[in-house]
Design a binder for this molecule. Structure first.
Ligand SMILES: O=P(O)(O)O[C@H]1O[C@H](CO)[C@@H](O)[C@H]1O
Ligand SMILES: Nc1nc2[nH]cnc2c(=O)[nH]1
Length: 286
């Protein structure tokens, strides 16, 4: 898609929402694989199936329900993507991040991004919640970066900084919440690695990703964070650890999307609590 078409689609999709919903969201949320239940926290829901929004992509991945939901979490107006778009689905990085740019145009200042990821760090266990402190964007390094192409000057600078991409204060606050709510045993912190997928990693790739400093790997999030930071939004992100990546040739286990899709549900209580508290905190800090 050329730059002008992309831009006019972005503004038309946003206008459609502005014309059809009265809530003015302040916080944007993205639900990763198996995390659609986070929308249970949203009161007074107004639901737009993705196919009802002009120019909006559709979710094709199991565990991504494909609804854009407006409403309130603990009284704070939010916009939530119940499912995201991935590069492996055939979308360009720019298409994957269209909703982030719409969030900015709708007045959103903070985003909360979630995903399911495989553990590379040997200390991590299935069901852990990894607070993301940084990322290594393998897709971006390979040239698939949503900020490539003519810069959208009205949204942000040509050369944005990424040295504090993930808000350290919100990470600290998430640890406090976990302490207070008795799930700090499930919390870890680390670097997320984004690959294109859709295949899971070979044993040699697992070793390489671990060696470069990635703690958990998935196929999303980094391009969303780059785009959110490009337009000066504050980011908090976490991974639910759904599987242990396999680097031993004798290990006959294998990652399975059905299983991956079911893991977040087992930490539903903690995750819903975390999201509610972070949304409240984001609202207070605006
Ligand atoms: O990153 P999310 O959307 O949570 O999904 C993760 O889970 C899927 C693989 O099972 C991939 O899409 C990977 O990126
Ligand atoms: N690339 C990748 N994505 C995932 N998403 C959930 N688990 C995994 C994994 O092991 N590898």
């Amino acid at each position: 898609m050329n730059h002008d078409d992309y831009n006019s689609n972005l503004y038309e999709s946003t206008k459609y929402l502005l014309d059809n919903v009265k809530i003015k969201p302040k916080i944007g949320i993205i639900c990763g694989t198996g995390l659609g239940f986070l929308t249970d926290e949203i009161q007074e829901q107004i639901i737009f199936p993705y196919q009802s929004i002009p120019h909006f992509p559709v979710s094709t991945t199991k565990g991504h329900l494909g609804n854009l939901i407006f409403g309130y979490i603990a009284g704070v107006p939010v916009m939530c993507l119940q499912g995201r778009f991935h590069f492996f689905e055939g979308y360009s990085p720019q298409e994957c991040v269209l909703p982030i740019r719409m969030m900015k145009l709708l007045g959103i200042t903070h985003v909360l991004i979630s995903n399911s990821a495989g553990a590379l760090n040997p200390k991590f266990q299935i069901g852990n919640i990894m607070l993301i402190k940084d990322h290594i964007n393998m897709l971006g390094i390979a040239g698939f970066n949503p900020l490539c192409g003519p810069n959208l000057d009205s949204l942000g600078p040509r050369f944005p900084c990424m040295n504090e991409a993930y808000c350290t204060q919100l990470i600290k606050y998430a640890r406090k919440v976990a302490e207070e709510e008795n799930f700090s045993n499930n919390i870890c912190e680390g670097v997320y690695g984004c690959v294109s997928g859709p295949n899971y990693e070979t044993a040699a790739e697992v070793k390489m990703l671990r060696m470069v400093g990635i703690d958990a790997v998935g196929m999303s999030t980094a391009h969303e964070v780059l785009t959110a930071k490009h337009c000066n939004m504050t980011v908090f992100a976490f991974s639910i650890i759904t599987n242990i990546c396999i680097s031993n040739y004798d290990d006959k286990k294998h990652p399975d999307h059905e299983v991956i899709n079911s893991i977040a549900e087992t930490k539903k209580h903690a995750l819903r609590k975390l999201v509610t508290k972070i949304v409240q905190r984001m609202d207070e800090s605006r």
